[in-house]
Design a protein around this ligand. Structure first.
Ligand code: SME
Length: 160
């Protein structure tokens, strides 16, 4: 396994994602363990983009439970349909929130979080886990993040 990520120094977000994605594939390629792989993916995203918080919530019965993450401590359980994460689970889709204060029912694990993107990963047509990425800047996520993080979710769907 490579010791370091080699990330494009380009200012363009898509260039950085393009250099990151094959390395994410390589990181998880030979490893079947869920916790190991989610941990390294959270670390790789944090290291590449210095997001405020990046991590996973796993579906456990009727709740999401906190999984591997990078960043400040966070809420451990989120109900179906609750907050942005629960809404992404319920609606089975990616949700981009430019301003968390304007999202009804947003769950503030940290008052420093200003914008957010949440994506689901599926197993047997059910949401199995969600990826949550938070920024301390307003409107920090756009279609580029939705597309490339969507590709990360497709990589995850191969080992869940
Ligand atoms: N803001 C999320 C909760 C999780 S934390 O941001 C890490 C939400 O509304 O679901």
């Amino acid at each position: 396994m490579a010791e370091n990520l080699l990330i494009s120094s380009s200012e363009k977000k898509s260039d950085r994602y393009e250099s990151l994605l094959p390395q994410v594939e390589a990181l998880v390629g030979g490893e079947p363990d869920l916790v190991a792989n989610l941990s390294n993916i959270a670390a790789a995203l944090k290291q590449t983009f210095n997001f405020f918080w990046v991590g996973f919530y796993l579906v456990r019965g009727n709740e999401l439970v906190l999984g591997p993450f990078q960043g400040p401590i966070a809420c451990t359980r989120i109900g179906f349909g609750k907050g942005v994460c629960g809404a992404s689970w319920k609606e089975r889709k990616t949700i981009v929130v430019p301003n968390v204060d304007e999202f009804p029912g947003h769950i503030a694990c940290s008052s420093d979080s200003k914008s957010e993107i949440v994506l689901p990963a599926f197993k047997n047509d059910h949401v199995y886990l969600i990826l949550d990425v938070d920024s301390d800047k307003l409107s920090d996520f756009d279609d580029t993040d939705a597309v490339y993080l969507g590709r990360v979710m497709k990589i995850i769907e191969r080992f869940i």
